[in-house]
Every structure is written in structure tokens, then in C-alpha cells.
Design a protein around this ligand. Structure first.
Ligand code: HEC
Ligand code: HEC
Length: 323
């Protein structure tokens, strides 16, 4: 036998031998139902592009079943189901369904999902511009964005002014049920991001204290240093007849306080929320209310549970890119 053929034979035997090594079995077969109350065309897109990894039903092609590809596919599926499993849709409250759709569509718009390495091989998972538009239209259709009446707008303006002037800075705000104190001065922190949650008709501003801002400047954000604190304010959106969107009623402010040791039981963060302009502590009658926060922040566990990507100054980006 010529040497080259020998090599091919050896490789082939090796490849066949490899097939005896299989990744651990995961459930592929449980049929995933369509998402309740979601239009057919949106279900069809999610099914063809996302369900393979993000539901109990996977549709493996023959080339996905060959070792070593199957190890990669199995680990993707396990990881993907861990962060988002559409088969659990019916068990989620409406607000979580809407926020999941919103977050999922953002991942598509940013090009992160479906995983590019997967879409390259599985052309049916790739999304067309038309399909992306269908997803966007759906997200907009579930947004409760209605024109507000004049008195609502005036009332919100009054409230906003008193927030700016510090009148909402109550002298005696009650502690959160887990003992966390309110931070009256967060309005003076740096705003590090804003988000427009069209899925539930709110807008948010996220502030960071000095330690958080310094960590951003020094590019030391994963994990965040002890002492970093984020505040997120949530306002209702209101729409004027000319289509302008502005902040309406003040709904809540919530905090994440980093202290790896003190808060080791809650992923290294202290969690607290105060609701309404009377700043009522949230969670009093909910046992371990922090679990609610943690559960929803789990998709970003690998970013130390923080959603907001820090914005960098152009000068910093140049330095990072030059490395
Ligand atoms: C090949 C498997 C695969 C496919 C197909 C896929 N995903 Fe993912 N997805 C993953 C994996 C793995 C993760 C976790 C790791 C990560 O965030 O990169 C993930 C994470 C996510 C997250 C959480 C992201 C984060 O940063 O926390 C969302 C939301 C998501 N996917 C949405 C989608 C949507 C919507 C689709 C369909 C358009 C889709 N995915 C298709 C594998 C997949
Ligand atoms: C329904 C899902 C959900 C729940 C429940 C939730 N969060 Fe968040 N949280 C988010 C999302 C999404 C963001 C990103 C900013 C945005 O879009 O509003 C965020 C951002 C934040 C931020 C700004 C820092 C960051 O991660 O970007 C703080 C602070 C915060 N949440 C605190 C809390 C606290 C405290 C609770 C529980 C009382 C809580 N969250 C519960 C989804 C959730």
C-alpha cells in the first residue's frame, strides 16, 4: 500500500473509532409547543432559527451527530437552554415573556444570535431582513405606547421637576426588607446608559457610583470591584400627539451593590428596589425577593450579572483596540 493511502486508512479508522466517544445524552425529543399568544409567523421564525438550541426539541442534522461535532453541539445546547429555554414559556408571567422577546430580538439585531458559527453551517437558521422586520414589528406591537392626555403630561412634568430638584429625596426612606439602605444621592452619580423598553412602555436611566465609573475607566468590570453600585431609575414613557416620547410617571429606582463577601448568598450583589414617588421598599411580602432579581439577571451571569455594557470613551477604545 502506498504511504498516502495508509495514512488515509489510519485516519479513517481513527475517525470511526472516535464515533464510540459520545457526549452525555441530552433530551432531544420533547416536542416544543408554539409560544402561546405569539403570532404564527413569529413562532415559525423562532422555531427555525432558535429552537434547535433554546428549546426541549432539537433538530440535529446528520453532520451534527458525528464526533467531534456532536460535543460542540451538545455543549451549545446545554448552555443555550441554561440561559433561555422557550419550552418554559407558559410558566413565565406575561412581563417575563415580553422582556424575553425584547431581549431575544435585541440579540438578533446585534447579530449575536443565532450563533454565527451555527448559522454558517445551518443556512435555514439564518434570518432574512424580512424575518428580522417581522420580529421588530411584533416587538413594537406588544409595546403599550399610547398618546397621553394633557393632564397626564402636566402631572409627569411636575413630578420630573421635583425629582430633578431633589424633592423626591425623602429624608426617611425605609430600608429594603433585606436591610439595604436607600442611596439618596444617586441622582448625582454618572449616568452610564439609558434604555428604551418598548416592550413594556418604560424608559430607564442607569447610574454608576464613583467606584463603578472608575472600574469602567480602568476596564476592570468583570468582576466588578467591591463597592461598585448601580442605580436604575424607571419612568413610564409618554407619547405626545406629535410622536415625541418623554419620561412620564416615576415608577421605581433599584440598586445593585457589589460586595463579594457580604452578599455571597446573592451572587455577590445586594439587590434592592423602591417603588413610586413615595419610595416604598419592594419585596416585603415576597420571601427572598432577591431571587426574582437574580433569576432575570442570570442570562448575564458571565458578565457578573450586569446587563448594561459600559460605554467607553473613544480614547479608551483606541487604547483597548491597540492592545
Ligand atoms: C447553535 C445554538 C444556538 C442557536 C441556534 C441560537 N442560540 Fe441563542 N445562545 C446559544 C448559546 C450557547 C448561548 C449562551 C452563550 C452566549 O450568550 O453566547 C445563547 C444565548 C442566548 C441569549 C442570552 C444572551 C446573553 O448574552 O445572555 C439569548 C437572548 C439568545 N441566545 C437568543 C437567541 C435567539 C433569539 C435565537 C434565534 C434567532 C438563538 N438564540 C439561536 C446558542 C444558540
Ligand atoms: C424581568 C427581568 C428582570 C427582573 C425581575 C429584574 N431585572 Fe434588573 N434588569 C433587567 C434588565 C433587562 C436590565 C438592563 C437594563 C434595562 O433594559 O432596563 C436590568 C438592569 C438592572 C440594573 C442596572 C445594572 C444592569 O444590570 O444593567 C439594576 C441596578 C437592576 N437591574 C436591579 C434589579 C433589582 C434590584 C431587581 C429585583 C428587585 C431586578 N433588577 C429585577 C431585568 C430584570
Amino acid at each position: 500500500m502506498k504511504n498516502r493511502n495508509k495514512l488515509i486508512l489510519v485516519l479513517f479508522i481513527g475517525f470511526v473509532g472516535l464515533q464510540f466517544f459520545r457526549p452525555e445524552k441530552i433530551d432531544h425529543g420533547t416536542k416544543a409547543q408554539n409560544l402561546t399568544n405569539v403570532p404564527k409567523e413569529v413562532n415559525a421564525i423562532l422555531r427555525s432559527s432558535c429552537f434547535d438550541c433554546h428549546s426541549s426539541e432539537t433538530n440535529l442534522r446528520w453532520y451534527d451527530k458525528i464526533t467531534p461535532a456532536n460535543f460542540l453541539v451538545t455543549s451549545h445546547i446545554k448552555e443555550a437552554r441554561g440561559v433561555l429555554n422557550f419550552s418554559k414559556w407558559d410558566s413565565w408571567p406575561k412581563a417575563q415573556q415580553n422582556s424575553t422577546i425584547y431581549y431575544a430580538i435585541n440579540k438578533v439585531l446585534s447579530g449575536e444570535m443565532p450563533l454565527p458559527s451555527y448559522a454558517a453551517v445551518h443556512s435555514s437558521a439564518k434570518l432574512s431582513q424580512e424575518q428580522i422586520q417581522t420580529l421588530k414589528n411584533y416587538a413594537l406591537s406588544i409595546a403599550p405606547r399610547k398618546v397621553s392626555d394633557d393632564s397626564q403630561i402636566k402631572e409627569a412634568e411636575k413630578q420630573y421637576n421635583s425629582w430633578v430638584n431633589g424633592e423626591l429625596k425623602k429624608p426617611h426612606v425605609k430600608d429594603a426588607p433585606n436591610g439595604i439602605h436607600y442611596f439618596p444621592d444617586y441622582r448625582n452619580w454618572k449616568a452610564i446608559s439609558t434604555t428604551d423598553r418598548f416592550d413594556n412602555g418604560t424608559m430607564r436611566i442607569i447610574f454608576g457610583n464613583d467606584i463603578a465609573v472608575k472600574a469602567i475607566q480602568e476596564h476592570k468590570v468583570n468582576p466588578w470591584p467591591d463597592g461598585a453600585v448601580f442605580a436604575k431609575t424607571v419612568w413610564k414613557q409618554q407619547m405626545e400627539t406629535n410622536g415625541n416620547i418623554s419620561s412620564g410617571e416615576f415608577l421605581a429606582v433599584e440598586f445593585m451593590i457589589k460586595d463579594a463577601e457580604k452578599y455571597s448568598k446573592t451572587k455577590g450583589w445586594g439587590w434592592a428596589r423602591w417603588k413610586g414617588s413615595d419610595l416604598k421598599p419592594y419585596g416585603g411580602d415576597i420571601p427572598n425577593f432577591e431571587q426574582e432579581c437574580i433569576e432575570c439577571h442570570t442570562p448575564v451571569a458571565d458578565r457578573d450579572y450586569v446587563f448594561t455594557p459600559p460605554l467607553y470613551l473613544i480614547s479608551q477604545l483606541k487604547k483597548i483596540n491597540a492592545k
